[in-house]
Design a protein. Structure first.
Length: 433
């Protein structure tokens, strides 16, 4: 009889612990959302999307009110939430709840760092990315990129400056302005079809596309909630044929639109995890969002499927010679290996090691950017700082995570299964390593 009573008491205590841990995390999550909204009053880039209770939105501040930034109060709020999360007994939580707790810890740490940055505190690039994005991108020396440039030198037609030769070769593949919408719409339809074959999305999911100018980014997904997105494409620079699938997949399917729709459906609506009503731009969520969106292109178009699709559909639509596609993508594959050069140059610039002009020269040499494209990249670095590692380092982490679970001989269906898991659960970058 005593053993039965003891067992009953044990079950009761564990049950209460789980309920208390869950309810306490819900309370912390609510305070976290309200904290991010308050910080967003002082920096318009902090809140990328919010679709929670309207009554939680704080009043918009005047420019005079923004001068008095309550750093200590906000930092104290963040530290209090971190302390409460650390006090929760992990043994009382399910595996998914443990992921939730870790997610909240990482994201409250990130907003704590952002509060310090808004108040004027300065941090080195890598320290900033460690706390904001939960990741530090690898460093490479010049020799690493010189070897890649040497291979490109042998592959590109003509002689002389590699950047100019690359730009001349690539100029054959600029999408005519009058065909841009047709080609982009066609690409996004294909990406959506491929995604829906493996991922079930809410019936109401939808999006609209807008073409904009004068932005420091190439494209942007503004998630509005209820599975709806506004996808904006910046037409300041020439848009090349390969960017159609890139942007359609990255911003739409299975990228940002799908990422946000799944998190909203699985965690916000089904579990009422209120922290998913807000998307803080400078957060670990962004590293997974950007990285998985870039890697998702390979998931949607495995092997040679992308180039075959473009040769058959997009090149003819654009009035381009499809016989040049193989050479074009061979060169682009090499050029993509230069991606981390942008991190290294921007890191040196933001850490005060090189000047703006030196960064521009670096980007033109090691990323093969035109002067205008280099200026746009610098404007991005100045505005978003270490955020830029989310694209290339995030892609590497996402790919390595998925492939480690799928294996080299894994099926397409298995890869989609692991990828869908990655973008619909409370993973943080640390979980992917």
């Amino acid at each position: 009889m005593r053993s039965v009573i003891s067992l009953f008491l044990l079950v009761f205590v564990v049950s209460c612990s789980i309920k208390n841990g869950g309810s306490e995390m819900q309370e912390i999550a609510e305070k976290y959302v309200k904290l991010v909204l308050k910080v967003g009053q002082y920096d318009g880039d902090v809140v990328d999307a919010y679709h929670g209770p309207d009554e939680w939105k704080p009043a918009e501040l005047s420019e005079n009110e923004k001068v008095n930034f309550p750093k200590d109060q906000l930092n104290n709020e963040a530290q209090s939430l971190i302390k409460k999360l650390n006090a929760i007994d992990a043994a009382s939580l399910t595996e998914l709840e443990k992921m939730r707790r870790n997610f909240l810890l990482k994201h409250i740490t990130a907003i704590d760092m952002k509060i310090k940055m808004i108040s004027g505190e300065k941090f080195k690039f890598d320290e900033e990315s460690k706390y904001l994005s939960d990741g530090v991108a690898p460093h490479y020396n010049k020799e690493h990129f010189e070897k890649i440039l040497s291979k490109l030198d042998n592959l590109l037609p003509g002689k002389g400056n590699i950047g100019k030769r690359f730009e001349k070769f690539r100029s054959q593949f600029v999408i005519p302005t009058e065909k841009l919408d047709t080609i982009f719409t066609t690409a996004i339809t294909e990406c959506r079809k491929r995604t829906l074959k493996y991922i079930q999305l809410p019936e109401e999911e939808n999006f609209v596309v807008e073409y904009v100018k004068d932005k420091p980014w190439g494209a942007y997904n503004w998630y509005k909630g209820n599975s709806f997105s506004v996808i904006q494409v910046n037409t300041d620079m020439p848009i090349y044929i390969d960017r159609a699938v890139d942007l359609a997949s990255h911003e739409g399917y299975p990228g940002h639109h799908v990422f946000n729709a799944l998190l909203e459906k699985n965690l916000l609506k089904e579990k009422n995890w209120i922290e998913y009503s807000i998307y803080p731009l400078f957060s670990p969520m962004s590293l997974i969002a950007e990285g998985s969106a870039n890697y998702g292109i390979e998931v949607a178009f495995p092997g040679n499927e992308r180039i075959e699709y473009e040769k058959e559909i997009l090149f003819p639509l654009a009035g381009m010679d499809a016989s040049k596609a193989d050479k074009y993508y061979e060169i682009l594959e090499l050029e993509s290996e230069l991606a981390f050069a942008r991190n290294d140059g921007s890191r040196k610039y933001l850490d005060g090691e090189i000047s703006r002009e030196e960064l521009k020269k670096w980007l033109m040499k090691y990323n093969l950017y035109t002067p205008a494209r280099a200026d746009q990249a610098i404007a991005f670095a100045e505005k978003y700082r270490s955020y830029l590692i989310n694209y290339n380092y995030g892609k590497k982490l996402s790919r390595d995570f998925v492939e480690s679970k799928v294996g080299t001989e894994g099926s397409t269906a298995k890869r989609w299964e692991v990828f869908a898991d990655l973008i619909s659960k409370p993973y943080t970058p640390s979980d992917l390593k």
